[in-house]
Design a protein around this ligand. Structure first.
Ligand SMILES: [Zn+2]
Length: 376
């Protein structure tokens, strides 16, 4: 645990960047996609299988883990890494977003949020200080500031007030986090789709000083065009020598567009959630394995994919096990989806290194257009 957390930038292509985040638990190649392990598991996957897809880091959810099994219990059992058998970096969110979207009887004050658990109705409190303590107990490598993400639609005035509250909470998070060598604290930019508010938020965070900076409050229903509109300027407000994390993104074309605009890290439940509902993501677009036309199809999901689902099984088999409700359905499709997302990230990293990102993006869109014509 001697190495300090730091980021090295290797190459840029336009606004896009590729680099390495160094942590005592291992390196994170950027642009990075982080699979989500909500309840201390990436659903349907063993940790070594997640690693085999190429993931360098996982995301854990503070809100879920504090309620079940509890952060103190995880700490007593040796921390989240040991508990879930993943020894590489883990980023935990602050609980702020999920307490506002999942919990009942929420009450927001300057101090924090009191709420009732969606599991058993028990009363809890999340504040910058308690969120830092819970993430410390979990043993998170990258800790996120406690912030508020306003529900949409919201007026510009409401977004501004919420952002300023989050900036006061960012200072309190920084103070409560203290100095923990080898662990990083990321600030979270808010400000909705208003350029001036985004800039004000970035300035506030930079004056506090963080190990990395997240762009929050996007991918919450505003649509891709509005999100890219913000990403056209927001990453440029942040320090070039620190990682930039776009929270909760996304679909493959969202990821490609975000990387083009200078984002280094992303996370999303999409590949694992889709895998459990019979949806596969491929270079040629989405495949709905539920569809009856796959019932007699001896071909793999994607003939060029090297994942276990594609090298060992036909579409007909994947269709059958989904229809039969067999657990292997979610296992194979989740593995394929995570493999595809990580392969996409590797392709983006290589393209940036070689200065041919535009060609890579053109090929990406051409392959998907071809898929549309073939009607996968
Ligand atoms: Zn595959």
């Amino acid at each position: 645990m001697s190495e300090r957390f730091h980021f090295t930038l290797h190459a840029t292509d336009g606004q896009a960047r590729t680099g390495t985040i160094h942590t005592p638990r291992g390196e994170i190649r950027t642009p990075a996609f982080m699979p989500v392990g909500t309840a201390a598991t990436v659903k349907a996957m063993l940790p070594e299988s997640v690693r085999a897809t190429g993931a360098d880091i996982l995301l854990g959810n503070t809100y879920h883990l504090m309620l079940r099994p509890g952060a103190e219990r995880i700490a007593r059992l040796g921390g989240l890494h040991r508990f879930m058998n993943w020894d590489r970096p883990i980023l935990t969110d602050s609980g702020g977003f999920q307490v506002m979207s999942l919990a009942a009887l929420r009450k927001l004050t300057e101090d924090g949020v009191t709420f009732s658990s969606h599991i058993d109705g028990s009363k809890h409190m999340l504040s910058p200080e308690t969120s830092m303590e819970i993430q410390r107990l979990l043993g998170s490598d990258i800790v996120m500031c406690f912030d508020e993400c306003p529900a949409l639609p919201a007026t510009e005035e409401a977004v501004a007030q919420s952002m300023r509250l989050s900036m006061r909470w960012a200072q309190r998070s920084r103070d409560a986090f203290g100095d923990r060598p080898g662990h990083a604290l990321f600030g979270i930019m808010q400000g909705g789709v208003t350029r001036d508010l985004r800039e004000e938020s970035a300035e506030a965070l930079k004056s506090i000083g963080f190990d990395g900076y997240a762009i929050g409050g996007l991918a919450v229903g505003e649509g891709q065009e509005a999100m890219f509109g913000v990403l056209d300027y927001a990453p440029g407000f942040l320090p070039a020598d620190k990682p930039r994390y776009l929270m909760g993104v996304g679909k493959p074309d969202d990821i490609v567009g975000a990387v083009q605009r200078g984002v280094d890290m992303m996370d999303c439940v999409l590949p694992s959630r889709s895998g459990r509902t019979g949806q596969a993501w491929t270079r040629r677009g989405q495949v709905n394995i539920k569809n009856a036309r796959h019932a007699d199809d001896p071909r793999p999901l994607d003939q060029d994919c090297t994942c276990p689902a594609c090298t060992g099984y036909s579409r007909a088999y994947l269709h059958h096990v989904f229809r039969a409700g067999e657990m292997i359905s979610g296992m194979l499709l989740t593995w394929h989806n995570l493999h595809y997302f990580q392969e996409l990230m590797e392709g983006l990293r290589n393209a940036i290194t070689q200065g041919r990102l535009d060609d890579f993006v053109a090929d990406f869109h051409a392959m998907r257009a071809e898929g549309d014509i073939l009607a996968l």
